[in-house]
Design a protein around this ligand. Structure first.
Ligand code: NAD
Length: 269
């Protein structure tokens, strides 16, 4: 508890999925949280309030520079500081396909949200984050959500998504170097498959899910809290000498050539 005490965290896409679990956990660890999402964040806010946490929400489309600018200004006005930027919002569009078949509008929308969204949030959040670092005496932290696919190189055909997450890794490394002596760290979080709304619509039946599980050494999908544990580590001062890195949390996918047979481990086995 209290690993983010005194910190203000801005979480994009925090109304549902991994972002919502992150918002709840960050608040439970003492952060004052701002959820910036195109969707309705009221359930997330209620759940944080029930648990005794502090949070506010602001409507924000990360693909719009003006929307992100206003949302960051709201966060700073509401809580007076900004220490953590958790760039979590992202999409994987259903018409995303291989290099020959992906339509331009899908490439454009994927890049607008997954790449420009991260860049816009950094553009507007970095100046107040540098000021807040100065005030609190600890470096501020950017956590950019990429994906294990950006490490693996190939999953299913989803070229726009894969390219967008590769761009997130590259931006993270550059920002880490540029701001390393100015009070700011930046790291990437690379989750493997977790059954959020984003993935559930792609793996809609047992056959599709089984096909994926074959490639996960641990034999199961990740749980949202297992990803958020990594985000919390990167956001907090526990990772104070870490910048420009990618934290891969994927049940072993990116380290395996051949996966073991048999059921997933359980204490009951
Ligand atoms: P999700 O679809 O469940 O939730 C995404 C959230 O982002 C939603 O609340 C949505 O309203 C919000 N959002 C979408 N477009 C937005 C925009 N333009 N502006 C602001 N908010 C917007 O997705 P998730 O599975 O929780 O994924 C979160 C992040 O994790 C994404 O960046 C995704 O690429 C990444 N990721 C997920 C998985 C997985 O298996 N779920 C694996 C690897 C990486």
């Amino acid at each position: 508890m209290n690993r983010l005490a005194g910190k203000v965290a801005f979480i994009t896409g925090g109304a549902s999925g991994l972002g919502r679990v992150g918002a709840e956990r960050f608040a439970a660890e003492g952060a004052r949280v701002v959820i910036a999402d195109v969707g309705d964040a009221s359930e997330a806010l209620q759940s944080i309030a029930r648990a005794g946490g502090t949070a506010a929400s602001v409507e924000c489309d990360v693909s719009s520079d003006a929307s992100v600018r206003d949302a960051v200004a709201f966060a700073v006005k509401t809580f007076g500081d900004l220490h953590v930027l958790y760039n979590n919002a992202g999409v994987m569009l259903s018409a995303d396909d291989d290099a020959t078949n992906t339509p331009d509008d899908v490439i454009q929308r994927t890049f607008d949200i997954n790449v420009k969204g991260v860049l816009y949030a950094c553009r507007h959040a970095i100046p107040p984050m540098i000021e807040s670092a100065q005030r609190c005496g600890e470096m501020s932290s950017i956590v950019n959500v990429a994906s294990f696919v950006a490490h693996l190189g190939a999953a299913t055909p989803q070229i726009a998504y894969t390219a967008s997450k590769g761009a997130v890794l590259a931006m993270t490394r550059e920002m880490a170097a540029i701001y390393a002596r100015r009070g700011l760290r930046a790291n990437a979080l690379c989750p493997g498959p977790v059954m959020t709304p984003l993935l559930a619509k792609f793996l809609s039946d047992d056959a599709k899910r089984e096909r994926r599980l074959v490639h996960i050494p641990m034999g199961r999908f990740g749980e949202p809290h297992e990803i958020v544990n990594g985000a919390l580590f990167l956001a907090s001062n526990e990772s104070s000498w870490m910048t420009g890195q990618s934290l891969v949390i994927d049940g072993g996918i990116t380290s395996a050539y051949v996966t073991p047979e048999g059921p997933a481990w359980s204490a009951d086995l």
